[in-house]
Design a protein around this ligand. Sequence first.
Ligand SMILES: [Zn+2]
Ligand SMILES: [Zn+2]
Ligand SMILES: [Zn+2]
Length: 135
Amino acid sequence: MGLFQKKFTCANCKKESSHRHKPKSEWQVEGPLCGDCYVNQMKKFYESSLRQQCVICGMEKDVPDMWEPRYQWDMKGLLCKTCFDKKDAEHKSLKTFCGICGKKLGVFRYNPKKKWIIDGQLCRECWDTQKAKLG
Ligand SMILES: [Zn+2]
Ligand SMILES: [Zn+2]
Ligand SMILES: [Zn+2]
């Protein structure tokens, strides 16, 4: 064993170097790497682990630019901003309340007649009451 390590050729850039770095198995690089290439590979793999696909449209984005679905949506994964906004709007429109009694409206909701002069939609019972009262 000498004072200096034997020089080797980096498997990536083919430069001679004396500090060998063992590549990680998932990099699929054969042979040792020089310090620069090792750091570059580390960065490359770190960055790719920071990208994900939107679970709705499949677009690949940087994770910091993505949105977690709201817990009410009962979804897994991340969404791009566009899909998040769309989904959010969809859910808001589903969460409307009856214009008269304030009851939460589900899938079944009824549009008041113009002459009733009521904002928003109605639940079945209120619609029936209005109809009986005002026709
Ligand atoms: Zn190298
Ligand atoms: Zn999307
Ligand atoms: Zn009602």
